[in-house]
Design a protein around this ligand. Sequence first.
Ligand code: ASP
Length: 335
Amino acid sequence: MTEQSNSGSNSPASVKKTPAPPARLGSKHFLGIEGLNPLEINSLIDRGDMFADLIQQTTSLQPPLSDVLRGRTVLNLFFENSTRTRVSFELAAKNLGASVLNINVAGSSVKKGETLLDTATTLNAMHPHILVVRHNCAGAVQLLSQHVDAAVINAGDGRHEHPTQALLDALTIKRRIGRVEGLKIAICGDIANSRVARSNIHLLSTLGAEIRLVCPATLLPMDIDAMGVEIHTSLEEGIEGVDIVMMLRLQTERMEGTETPSQREYFNLFGLDRNKLQRAAPDALIMHPGPMNRGVEIDSATADDVERSLIRTQVEIGVAARMACLEALATEGAP
Ligand code: ASP
């Protein structure tokens, strides 16, 4: 299955690529993968690939790598905790020459509704150019986008979407294997509560991958039938012969009222270890959006397997993928 023998995030040096142009999106905001067409998705991936090469070639760590956001302000507005996504957006924006402000409202009493709209009014008065927003309620980022002048990027809204995670996942796969089309990909774990799963189902199936969902019946989303994917309630059966095993965290913060097994029982049935991984294709790769709960959905030996695990590469590639998104919005008409 592995077409490119390079490991980690490198593209083969021997392959000369034509630099991809800035990605084109048909809208001012980037709120989700659902509704994007393959051209838009591929333009983001190709541009992200170019940025990933550029980051690797840069000997100095001093941004910027481009001037496209010079004179513009990117505001990171996180109503939910985040480490990798927030830092990744900050680095991406600085790499493009932007001024970046981080507002961490997680844990405050800010809630969806009037207060969110009040926040929008306040922010609008500060005239940011791009707002990167994470919120614990599905739809809140879209609502906010309707009340600000800035272009808005969804950095994760409740169980709904996490579009830049799906983009970086596809870019990671493409840089390692050379394609997404035709791959068998199992997305495993807490699907019901995962915006990463939802965005990846849209994106990877749009690019022609065969998607299987693997989870306990209690962690299947309500609208599963509309997703047109294969469903398995046994990890061993679900990952049989797959090229990629994408593990998800048990998102207990969104689980009120859901029947879940104990963590030990969950690991026995749905946790990935070397033994269960033998059912996948011989050189199958492992992914996880992070943060990982070691010993719950994946064991350490598997997560840290340098030959098979792409988990660290996903974090590295995140910056490049987000540069492509920020640049696309700057080009698309952020004020
Ligand atoms: N970091 C991802 C998210 O924000 C996955 C997770 O939290 O489990 O959705």
